[in-house]
Design a protein around this ligand. Structure first.
Ligand SMILES: *Cc1c(COP(=O)(O)O)cnc(C)c1O
Length: 367
């Protein structure tokens, strides 16, 4: 871990030096936004610092209910439930929904929290090749034949380390054909993709066919926490069954108030301007690096180097030029698929992107 002595933003301070930061998932630049800061301060003044206990034990503070109502409206679902993190949301939800008589089918590249949840659930686990609809259908056919129980398919909408999108319409059609449930993790799409940043499922017009919509409040929304959106029945069930919700102290109320401000800003003209800036930066970087935009609909731009040492060396050389880009290696990605994972945010300027491109070009020449 590198100790950062500044706020999160397009520039961060490490060891007395300022770095241009391309490592954050704060895609809209909201983490240090004045309104989010202000809402956090007001929540502390109104509700105090800590929440005291689990929401089922100590009473459930109004800040959480307001946030959940706002999330349900934002995602156009009947209800929402928030968790202390996205990780906790996945763990609690998947283990509540499936058990040893059931089958869970995951895209090969889903986030570790989904893999861990699937293992902990005790359900039979099958993996389909990344975004491969034929392989998914094979696994669904097998599951139908071999189980009387529930089948749960889980994927992401925008994948965290590759920045590519899942074919959600086709996946929805398949899960309907085989009578499975679908859970989609929109951690890297919520706030940035589609109208008002509602996410990819909404942009593709399939959100009302996805039983379980998951995301985090800690990335584009600028705060911290995780959420599940879905039917009232689903949410009531989770309140009573999701162990990471029941047996864990509620987040600090300021986290809910901050996330609430993030959800609201995402849906304003300011949110739209921030998304426009973000995607303008993405287009600039993609065109300079000669990457086709269509392949990369997100703010995550992986520069795959393959060898782990090459990736580490590249990250070190960029740091020598005061640019912070993380080298991502096994086990976060497959062996031999090490990469620089560049993330852009609305807080970056065209000059920031130009500086990154110049540094990357210098690296390419030196190698
Ligand atoms: C970050 C992330 C999570 C976890 O969310 P946290 O709120 O950080 O715990 C879950 N899924 C994906 C795809 C993520 O990238």
């Amino acid at each position: 871990m590198r100790r950062v002595d500044s706020t999160q933003g397009s520039h961060i301070e490490i060891g007395g030096k300022t770095f241009l930061n391309f490592s954050s998932n704060d895609y809209l630049g909201l983490a240090s936004h004045p309104t989010l800061r202000e809402m956090a301060i007001r929540a502390v003044e109104k509700f105090g610092a800590g929440a005291g206990a689990s929401r089922l034990i100590c009473g459930s503070l109004v800040a959480f209910h307001q946030l959940e109502d706002a999330l349900a409206t934002f995602k156009k679902t009947e209800a929402a439930l928030t968790f202390s993190t996205g990780y906790a949301a996945a763990l609690g939800t998947i283990t509540a929904l499936v058990g040893q008589d059931d089958i869970i089918i995951l895209d090969k590249l889903v986030h570790a929290c989904i893999v861990d949840a699937a293992k902990l659930s005790g359900a039979k686990l099958r993996i389909f090749d990344h975004n491969d609809l034929n392989d998914l259908e094979d696994k669904l056919r097998w599951a139908r034949k071999n189980s009387q129980g529930q089948i749960l398919v889980v994927t992401e909408s925008i994948f965290s380390m590759d920045g590519d999108a899942a074919p959600l319409r086709e996946i929805v059609a398949l899960k309907e054909k085989y009578g499975a449930w679908l859970m989609v993790d929109e951690a890297h799409a919520t706030g940035i993709i589609g109208e008002n940043g509602r996410g990819l499922a909404d942009a593709l017009g399939v959100s009302n066919q996805i039983e379980i919509q998951m995301g985090t409040l800690g990335k584009a929304l600028g705060a911290s926490g995780g959420y599940i959106c879905g039917s009232r029945t689903l949410i009531d069930f989770l309140v009573n069954r999701a162990r990471s919700f029941i047996f864990s102290t509620a987040p600090i109320p300021a986290a809910a108030a901050t996330a609430m401000a993030g959800v609201q800003i995402a849906q304003t003209a300011e949110g739209e301007t921030r998304r426009k800036n973000l995607f303008a930066r993405c287009a600039e970087l993609n065109s300079k690096l000669k990457i086709e935009d269509a392949k990369l609909p997100s703010a995550i731009i992986p520069l795959i180097l393959g060898d782990e040492n090459r990736a580490l060396e590249a990250a070190t050389k960029l740091r020598e030029q005061n640019i912070f880009v993380p080298a991502i290696r096994y086990p976060t990605v497959a062996r031999g698929a090490a990469r620089l994972r560049v993330t852009l945010t609305a807080a970056h300027t065209a000059a920031d992107v130009a500086e990154l491109v110049a540094a990357l070009n210098k690296l390419a020449i030196e190698n």
